[in-house]
Design a protein around this ligand. Structure first.
Ligand code: CP
Length: 306
């Protein structure tokens, strides 16, 4: 494992498999009810989230605690950041109080990379701007591997706000490295120029039906409703009619296809309301996979310190 986990771009298949293989073992244990692993001593994990989070922050916290490490979370809104303390000074302070793994989420792309060269602590990118969200892609890949036994050869449709999505970017890097084929569909205003040039395994689609037809996995992405002031699509109703994943449209996918979504979901916008709870939805299992993946990443980083 590298010192830091900054993104999926550039990771090899072997590096991804190293994480997924350990995460798979943890996932089995978690599913059987195990919560105490007591593997790590002298490890302290600090969450520093400059953006809101439910899944990522709490699962990193539980991951560290289940492993027997210390876990703390800095509440940025109540920290000295509000008094003007810089990002670098904040991170150096967190390292000085003996945290050796720092999990950071920030609205600016590239922040984890900047910090990486400025601290001896391990840096884990928990989402930076519109750039990457590596542990989300890893947990998505774990959920797919659990479902289908392999990622190689799967067809994955990613539908929604691709332009502003760090989840889409990390998944495109990860899934193509692991041998999956990707179909992308989004309103033109939410489709970044040249995204299909990242890999010859990426295809742009012209309709939601074309994207879903014959797929193994249909992944919806959150529409950032706060961006609706930018007029990226005419109305929620318009978006739903042309881009939503619905029960009717899912009939076009393979009979054993599953629905995934990184969350949080806008029910009735990117997914038909009840699909979140449908038998083909793996959305909550993704969250548990996230716990297992984060346990694996923390373990591998801590073991490299020995
Ligand atoms: N998927 C994801 O990153 O969710 P949170 O924003 O709740 O962490």
């Amino acid at each position: 494992m590298r010192k830091d986990l900054l993104g999926i771009e550039g990771l090899s298949e072997a590096e991804i498999n190293e994480i997924l293989d350990l995460a798979e073992v943890y996932k089995r244990d978690l599913d059987s009810g195990k919560k105490k692993f007591n593997k790590l001593v002298d490890v302290s994990v600090c969450n520093v989230f400059y953006e809101n989070s439910t899944r990522t922050r709490t699962s990193f916290e539980n991951a560290a605690k289940f492993l027997g490490a210390n876990a703390i979370s800095v509440s940025v809104a109540q920290s000295s950041v509000t008094k003007g303390e810089s990002l670098l000074d904040t991170i150096e302070t967190i390292e000085a109080i003996k945290n050796n793994i720092i999990v950071i989420r920030h609205s600016s792309s590239g922040v984890p990379q900047i910090l990486s060269g400025r601290t001896a602590a391990h840096i884990i990118n928990a989402g930076d701007g519109q750039h990457e969200h590596p542990t989300q892609a890893l947990l998505d890949m774990l959920a797919m591997r659990e479902e289908f036994g392999t990622i190689r050869g799967l067809t994955v449709a990613i539908i929604g706000d691709i332009k502003y999505s760090r989840v889409a970017r990390s998944n495109i890097y990860g899934l193509t490295t692991m041998g999956a084929n990707i179909r992308l569909f989004a309103p033109q205003t939410m489709m970044p120029c040249g995204i299909n040039k990242l890999s010859d395994k990426v295809t742009l689609c012209n309709s939601v039906e074309e994207a879903i037809c014959g797929c193994d996995v249909v992944m919806g992405l959150r529409i950032q409703l706060e961006r609706q002031t930018e007029g990226l699509f005419p109305s929620i109703g318009e978006y739903y009619s042309q881009y939503a994943i619905t029960k009717e449209r899912m009939k076009l996918a393979k009979s054993n296809a599953v629905i995934m979504h990184p969350g949080p979901v806008n029910r009735g916008v990117e997914l038909e309301y009840g699909l979140v709870d449908d038998k083909c939805s793996r959305i909550l299992n993704q969250v548990t996979c996230g716990l297992a993946v984060r346990m694996a990443v923390i373990t591998l980083m801590a073991e490299d310190n020995k």
